[in-house]
Design a protein around this ligand. Structure first.
Ligand code: ATP
Length: 419
């Protein structure tokens, strides 16, 4: 039996993943089947609060070996690979809707909760992670599988709930989320930055831990939400070990999620037209010099199969903009990012340099008589040596040093630079 929910929090308060822990608690008389799921949907959805995350848990009668997947109310939480019996959907709904009602920020959210035996078809997930979909469509899919639904306000959260239930993990990663004691919500978080800085070395399959250029942890949120930190990685066991290695204020509860984070599931790789509010992989030739506009954003134009496309590396991408600034007309690249509507611009998340144009810059020659660097003798008059007076020297063409290519070659892997 799946239980899926979305759109319960505001930008400053609560977190849908915390609601997942409360749903696990409310359904504790049944067993957890599989890991709780944290499913990120289309990041280009304009009405998302933060990371467009929805959740789905499954409950039943556990069969097989129990596996540790969290700690709640001072007890270990386990999940089972299979279910040998289904609870009654109405009974499960009766336990869950009061939880959603209690924790939802109804002044600024549109909660949706769905409970059902059979999950909607996976196509719904792929559409919801890549496109904008109608609530009617999501509700139709839920009705098809005879799911029970509960909604508040517009109930738009049913879109995320249906899509989270529809996810069948292909590529997947894991995240341990640790939560704070209730009385500390809103206070500064106490997490050892040194321990976080060591995660990459000590637990190599974890990622997005520490921003070395800024010298700060990435795993600790900055809002008033109940999350203390979240450790992401490819191995469920290693993310749990990594989370345990971090000294911090008391962890009130934690839970391991299976997620679609870091999978690029949201990228549309095969397309005929570029429609805003989706993210694409596009290939083309740089056709204009990158330029920095007010606000520190860097913009350039990319010639693609469907015409020229303005691409942007926005100010928050920091050092990534320096890479983009080094692009030159004639470079061939693949770029991934979200297409925005107004102005119609692709917000680049990653780029892969396929080939670099040879760029020539004109430089003053050395004096053939005395070896000194010469200076311009005036418009159209070549160069003149100021030391010995030799005149009429032609300019010298030299290749510009492209710092970009070196690290890509040295890495010798898919030439992708992430923001
Ligand atoms: P958090 O990450 O903190 O959980 P959030 O960013 O998920 O917050 P929500 O408040 O859940 O923000 O808002 C996202 C809303 O967008 C939800 O109502 C969800 O149902 C809806 N939604 C998600 N994906 C799509 C989509 N592809 N098309 C249309 N609506 C969507």
């Amino acid at each position: 039996m799946f239980i899926a929910a979305d759109d319960t929090d505001s930008s400053t308060w609560m977190c849908t993943t915390f609601l997942a822990t409360e749903l696990v608690r409310a359904t504790a008389e049944w067993d957890l089947i599989g890991l709780p799921r944290l499913v990120r949907l289309n990041p280009a959805v304009p009405w998302k609060t933060r990371g467009n995350g929805a959740i789905c848990i499954r409950v039943g009668r556990g069969a097989g070996e129990p596996r540790l997947c969290g700690r709640l109310d001072g007890r270990d939480l386990v999940c089972y690979a299979r279910s040998a019996g289904e609870p009654d959907a109405d009974e499960v709904m009766a336990r869950c809707w009061p939880v959603v009602e209690r924790w939802s920020q109804t002044d600024s959210s549109d909660p949706g909760l769905a409970v059902g035996r059979n999950a909607p078809a996976p196509d719904l997930y792929y559409r919801a992670v890549r496109e904008i979909i109608d609530q009617e469509e999501a509700v139709r899919e839920l009705l098809k599988v005879e799911a029970r639904t509960f909604e508040m306000n517009s109930g738009r959260g049913l879109i995320g709930a249906a899509a989270a239930a529809a996810w069948r993990p292909q590529d997947r990663t894991y995240e341990v989320l640790a939560y704070r004691e209730r009385e500390r919500w809103g206070l500064p978080r106490l997490v050892s930055e040194d321990d976080v800085a060591l995660l990459d070395d000590r637990f190599p399959s974890t990622f997005n831990n520490y921003d070395r250029s800024a010298g700060r942890p990435v795993i600790v949120p900055h809002t008033n939400c109940p999350v203390l930190f979240g450790v992401r990685g490819d191995s469920p066991l290693e993310v749990m070990d990594a989370a345990r290695s971090i000294s911090s204020e008391p962890v009130e509860r934690w839970m391991l999620f299976i997620t679609n984070q870091g999978t690029d599931d949201h990228i549309v790789t095969s397309w005929k037209a570029l429609v805003p509010s989706s993210s694409y992989l596009v290939e083309g030739e740089v056709v204009s010099m990158p330029r920095t506009i007010p606000g520190g954003h860097v913009i350039f134009s990319l010639g693609t199969a469907v015409g020229d496309l303005d691409c942007a590396a926005y100010e928050p991408s920091k050092g990534f903009r320096d890479v983009v600034r080094m692009l030159r007309p004639g470079d061939r690249i693949q770029a991934m990012g979200e297409l925005r509507d107004r102005p119609r611009t692709m917000n680049i998340e990653k780029l892969n340099v396929l080939s670099l144009a040879r760029v020539e810059v004109r430089s003053s020659p050395r004096c053939p008589s005395c070896g000194r660097r010469t200076g311009s003798a005036g418009r159209g008059q070549g160069y003149r040596c100021r030391k010995c007076g030799t005149k009429g020297l032609p300019a010298e063409a030299v290749s510009e040093l492209r710092h970009l290519s070196k690290p890509l070659k040295r890495m010798g892997q898919i030439s992708t630079i992430a923001v």
